[in-house]
Design a protein around this ligand. Structure first.
Ligand SMILES: [Fe+2]
Ligand SMILES: [Fe+2]
Length: 315
């Protein structure tokens, strides 16, 4: 690993400045609103990457007809986008607002922290719009029933953790830690779809645009975290690390409640057994590795607040 810098060091400030400058040219929100609904719709293409389905290895899935699989993959796209919208609005936006409205007073980078968080919030508003449009486009083109689902485990768990907090500093730190982990994890979450050019064009393009922005956001949140952590106590830093790690499990959750609801909308032989057999099994290890890298870059493993100078330095 290359040189590390103290988070209160000017190098965190100069990276935040660089990220704020890059945002003006790199962020999708600054490159004109794209109308992805103009892209050609090809009914034979799937709307979602099969490899991401939690039950893709189950006998009921393997024995399903092409038409049944296509319908499930359309609902997978819907669930994926609704969850994305919840991450943007319920998880990331509140943490951005905390820093914008009440930045750390002792930070020498106060104005920069506010700027990069306001930039990120603008991006997330655009991502919410993109996800919504792409979701409704698939509803219209496939002529499928509306899936009314909002009971995501990630959102419920976050509310529960916030309820358990005993002080405002803890609630604020919880909101920020869950957002930091999510901003690291969302890049992994989007990666497969962003690289899968076999799926429906709109699904591929929207995810690709989102992934580019989120790659920058993971840097932004890492550097903001380095700054915020500089003035925290050992106890607060340990708490921050605990929440980062706990967020991984929830982020990677299969959200089977959403699937159970989806399978009430159409006939899919063996759906109930398929969900029961799938349970909570998922590839959480892939996600955990990203957050562990963040913990290492922030020096939280050693209870020091350090940041690798080169971590995400291309962003
Ligand atoms: Fe986003
Ligand atoms: Fe983001």
């Amino acid at each position: 690993m290359n040189a590390v810098v103290q988070s209160g060091d000017d190098q965190v400030g100069s990276m935040l400045e660089k990220l704020a400058k890059l945002w003006k040219t790199r962020a999708a929100v600054n490159n004109g609103l794209q109308d992805y609904t103009n892209l050609e719709f090809e009914p034979e293409r799937h709307d979602f990457s099969e490899v991401l389905l939690p039950f893709r290895g189950h006998a009921a899935w393997l024995e399903a007809s092409a038409a049944q699989k296509s319908k499930v993959l359309s609902y997978a796209w819907v669930l994926y986008n609704v969850k994305t919208i919840y991450i943007e609005t319920n998880v990331v936006a509140p943490a951005c607002e905390d820093i914008i409205k009440s930045p750390p007073v002792t930070s020498r980078n106060r104005a920069l922290l506010q700027t990069v968080m306001a930039d990120a919030m603008l991006d997330e508003a655009l991502h919410t719009r993109m996800s919504l449009e792409a979701c409704n486009y698939i509803y219209a083109m496939r002529d499928i029933d509306y899936l009314d689902f909002s009971d995501f485990n990630l959102v419920k768990w976050r509310a529960r953790v916030l309820d358990e907090c005993h002080a405002e500093w803890q609630r604020r730190l919880t909101r920020f830690a869950i957002a930091c982990a999510s901003e690291t994890l969302i890049t992994d979450y989007l990666k497969v779809m962003a690289e899968d050019s076999n799926i429906q064009s709109i699904c591929h393009q929207v995810t690709k645009t989102h992934a580019v922005d989120e790659w920058s956001h993971s840097s932004v949140f890492s550097f903001v975290a380095a700054d915020v952590l500089a003035d925290l106590s050992e106890q607060e830093r340990r708490y921050f690390r605990t929440i980062l790690l706990r967020t991984v499990e929830m982020f990677a959750n299969n959200e089977l409640g959403g699937w159970a609801k989806a399978f009430t909308l159409f006939d899919f032989p063996g759906a109930e057994a398929m969900l029961a057999d799938t349970g909570d099994s998922n590839e959480v290890a892939i996600y955990r590795a990203s957050v562990e890298r963040l913990i290492e870059r922030l020096g939280l493993d050693a209870q020091r607040v350090i940041y690798s100078q080169t971590a995400q330095s291309g962003a």
